[in-house]
Design a protein around this ligand. Structure first.
Ligand code: GLU
Length: 422
């Protein structure tokens, strides 16, 4: 007979998201009714996604779309393909999207989607069939005025092209505003593919400066070398920061004098991993987070900075490229240790910001050049940094709490002005 465990389950992303909201609503003095409304998704859809595999067998996956809030505009947020996707994870990610959009003042609510499939184990044909079936199942609740998906972990511009096509075929005409993060030739925006990383680096440089750290020669470690981490490392190096370590799901590499990020990128294109990169030392994947650097950018998944390793993380500035990489327990340790944590809803908001630009361009069928996109991205990211850093200082709050308070206030204001129906 197995012994029942008395340990409480590990706190989840949803617990962390709810705790952050509770802190903000308490500071704002909101009543329980308003808090409950902000804590609860407006609409959730769970769908079964059957796939006829290449060998003829049928597999079934669970798909979700959660619309957390639509008070400020259509729901907006990515679609994740990962074997770890759960409804609770999607709920947490959808809530963070609401705050992110409000903080950057883009006219959207928040949403997230997920399918519990490991995209690495499937052919392009299988992924296309899963995407088209999932899109068909969630068709009744998405649309350019309702809910606009985008890429997230495990999905990319090809996924968005299939979603756009499936929605358009069912509508009988092309609807480019249904998704963002599309290929440029299908109405995607210049600068969207690297927008999250660009935003992370604008914020990271502002955060380093705020701590009196010189950019030229500052040291950094980037955890994750995917959609966000790879370009983050590249843009940091271009800004003069020494990227001394990077990791991916297979391992990590480090070089005290700074990695050649371009050469590392070529190595990853050739081999599929950072592991084995010549001219760097191998490092345990988890120890990357503990390198003695001035800037740490977790740019992969939730919960990687936790109770078990936070005390050993020494970087004075931590900038969240991923969604939810720091648990509540780790946040408390970092506050005690005097480290500056720039929260995801600010640091990685460049992606949804350029998604908004893409949607505006698609709806007007008028396209901006790369310089225009990048100038608007930079000025809006830095304005959000100033607002969050100013609020944190004026009210003696952490950056996370300040950002959440600012965002929640905007959502609650929209809700109050619209009133409760009926
Ligand atoms: N998945 C990205 C995020 O978490 C982008 C979402 C979007 O562009 O809608 O912010």
């Amino acid at each position: 007979m197995s012994t029942p465990t008395l340990e409480a389950p590990a706190p989840s992303a949803l617990d962390d998201a709810r705790a952050q909201l509770a802190t903000a609503t308490e500071l704002l003095g909101y009543d329980e009714g308003l808090h409950a409304m902000l804590a609860t998704p407006r609409r959730e859809l769970t769908v079964a996604v059957p796939l006829r595999a290449d060998d003829g067998e049928v597999h079934l996956f669970a798909g979700y779309r959660v619309q957390h809030n639509v008070s400020r505009g259509p729901a907006k947020g990515g679609l994740r393909y990962s074997p770890h996707v759960t409804l609770d994870e999607v709920r947490a990610l959808a809530m963070w999207m609401t705050w992110k959009c409000a903080l950057l003042d883009v006219p959207y609510g928040g949403a997230k989607g997920g399918v519990n499939i490991d995209p690495r184990c499937h052919s392009a044909g299988e992924l296309e069939r899963v995407t088209r079936r999932y899109t068909s199942e969630i068709l009744p609740i998405i649309g350019p005025e309702r809910d606009i998906p985008a890429p997230d972990v495990g999905t990319d511009e090809r996924t968005m092209a299939w979603m756009m096509d499936t929605y358009s075929v069912n509508s009988g005409y092309t609807v480019p505003g249904i998704v963002t993060g599309k290929p440029i030739s299908l109405g995607g925006s210049q600068g969207r593919a690297s927008a999250t990383s660009r935003g992370v680096v604008h914020i990271a440089l502002a955060a380093l400066r705020s701590r009196g750290i010189r950019i030229d020669g500052a040291t950094a470690a980037v955890q994750g070398f995917g959609k966000v981490g790879r370009d983050t490392a590249r843009f940091l190096a271009e800004a003069g920061v020494q990227v001394v370590g990077v990791s991916d799901q297979y391992g990590a590499v480090t070089a005290t004098s700074g990695l050649d990020v371009e050469a590392l990128s070529d190595h990853v294109d050739r081999t599929g991993s950072v592991v084995g990169f010549p001219g760097a030392d191998a490092l345990d994947r988890d120890l990357l987070l503990e390198l003695p650097v001035q800037l740490l950018v977790p740019a992969a998944l939730e919960g990687v900075l936790h109770e078990g390793n936070a005390a050993r993380v020494t970087a004075p500035v931590i900038v969240e490229g991923a969604n939810g990489p720091t648990t509540g327990a780790a946040d408390r340790v970092f506050a005690e240790q005097g480290q500056l944590v720039v929260p995801d809803i600010l640091a990685n908001a460049g992606g949804v910001l350029v998604s908004y630009f893409e949607w505006v361009q698609a709806n007007q069928a008028y396209w901006w050049d790369a310089q225009e996109v990048e100038a608007k991205l930079e000025s809006r990211m830095l304005a959000a940094w100033d607002a969050v850093a100013g609020t944190a200082q004026a009210r003696d709050l952490s950056l996370r709490t300040a950002a959440t308070v600012l965002a929640v206030e905007r959502v609650a204001e929209a809700h109050r002005l619209r009133g409760l129906y009926p």
